[in-house]
Design a protein around this ligand. Structure first.
Ligand code: PMP
Length: 395
């Protein structure tokens, strides 16, 4: 494994060996008893990870965008008013997607690096007649994190359905779906959930399922229609075989394993570990003199960092050099500033060793690029954060 590189992009991430070996098991029939059990277990564990005991989980073959599409197509009818709260690239995607289903979209865009102020959201909701709002927990293009609890509370106050794009947050950032009154929390397998790409996941509240049941028009997307998938999820959870479209058998078995690992760690411990690693990255980047997109700690994600390149450093060269040092990072994503910053994913199985190795690779590469700063400043700052904390690596 001498040539193995550490994958530190914001998805796909490094996966646990047990998850990869579950993925590599012989593929079984999608109606075999052992698979029905795995599928049912995964559905049940999702409700625990999402903190949504009475929610309806869905596991679909597809990506995070399919999960966004499924929530949008099932909850929207032509002419419905939707408020899209955006902190970057993926907010724009949601607006675009909802327009396809005939939604009347109002778009609230945050300033770069910041969130949309709550009073601005409330002012918009007061105008009334919104059926639904969408928001991105962590926008992967900016590393900005919003507070889902307060937006969930506002949605409840104004009786508006809420959809949280948690693709870059579920199982990394704290989410308590039911307690916070969020109707849909969706994600994809390849991020903090820790399963290779290919699954779209979501949990839907009873309230949102009832809104869907009372639709006047058919869902405009055949594949996504909950009418096709709800009986399948219910059957698997009850331990019965069922078929609409062939499930991604091996990915579902890998999901079962990953959810077991997540719950064995404990959700609070997992959130705390993500917080700690993110803080180590933030302090390291600061110590090396790198500025990040999020304007302050309160809006900074725990799952990824998005630092600007320092003056005199060319992005392509830096990322290639970091790769030579054995770590894979991602470039910028937000079109307006794509070439000005890079992204470090730190979610899922991230540990101290990954964190320090990544910071060290960045440091060495910056030095080789001619950027001047105190030797070892980044690693030292990260170590101070990690050592000061009582977090003890369990795995
Ligand atoms: N939303 C967010 C916040 C994301 O980070 C991503 C993927 N980077 C998506 C949606 C879309 O997910 P996918 O690429 O799996 O379709």
């Amino acid at each position: 494994m001498k040539s193995r590189k550490l994958l530190m992009i914001p998805g796909p991430i490094e996966f646990e060996p047990e998850v990869l070996s579950a993925l590599g098991k012989p593929t079984t029939s999608h109606v075999a008893p052992n698979f029905i059990q795995s599928f049912g277990n995964a559905l049940r564990m999702m409700k625990e990870v999402w903190f949504a005991p009475s929610g309806q989980p869905f596991i679909m073959a597809g990506t995070g965008t399919l999960a966004m599409d499924m929530a949008g197509s099932n909850l929207i009818e032509r002419g419905d008013k939707v408020l899209v709260i955006s902190t970057g690239y993926f907010g724009l995607r949601y607006a675009d997607l909802l327009l396809r289903y005939g939604a009347e979209v109002t778009f609230l865009q945050a300033e770069l690096g910041d969130v949309v102020p709550l009073d601005m959201i409330e002012d918009e909701l007061k105008k009334g007649a919104y059926k639904l709002l969408t928001f991105t927990h962590v926008d992967t293009s900016t590393a900005v994190m919003v507070d889902p609890k307060s937006i969930g509370a506002l949605a409840q106050k104004y009786n508006v359905l809420s959809v949280l794009d948690g693709v870059c947050s579920v199982a990394g950032e704290e989410i308590r779906q039911e307690e916070w009154g969020i109707d849909v929390v969706l994600t994809a397998s390849q991020k903090a959930i820790g399963v290779p790409p290919g699954l779209a996941l979501m949990v839907v509240s009873e309230k949102a399922m009832n809104v869907w049941k009372k639709r006047k028009t058919p869902v405009a997307n055949y594949y996504s229609d909950w009418a096709n998938w709800l009986p399948i999820m219910q059957a698997y959870e009850a331990g019965n075989p069922s078929y609409f479209g062939t499930p991604a058998v091996n990915l579902v078995m890998a999901l079962e394993k990953s959810l077991e690992i997540i719950l064995a760690e404990g959700m609070d411990a997992r959130f705390a570990r993500h917080q700690l690693m993110a803080k180590a990255f933030r302090e390291a980047l600061k110590a090396m003199g790198l500025k990040s997109i999020p304007i302050n700690e309160a809006v900074s994600a725990a799952t990824l960092s998005a630092p600007y390149y320092p003056k005199g450093i060319t992005g392509g060269q830096l990322l290639a050099q970091v790769n030579n040092e054995g770590v894979i990072l991602a470039g910028g994503l937000l079109p307006e500033i794509k070439g000005d910053y890079f992204r470090i994913g730190h979610m899922g199985s991230i540990n101290r060793a990954d964190t320090l190795a990544t910071i060290s690779a960045i440091e060495v590469s910056l030095k080789k690029g001619g950027y001047v700063f105190e030797d070892g400043a980044g690693v030292k700052a990260a170590q101070m954060v990690l050592n000061a904390n009582s977090y003890i690596e369990k795995r």
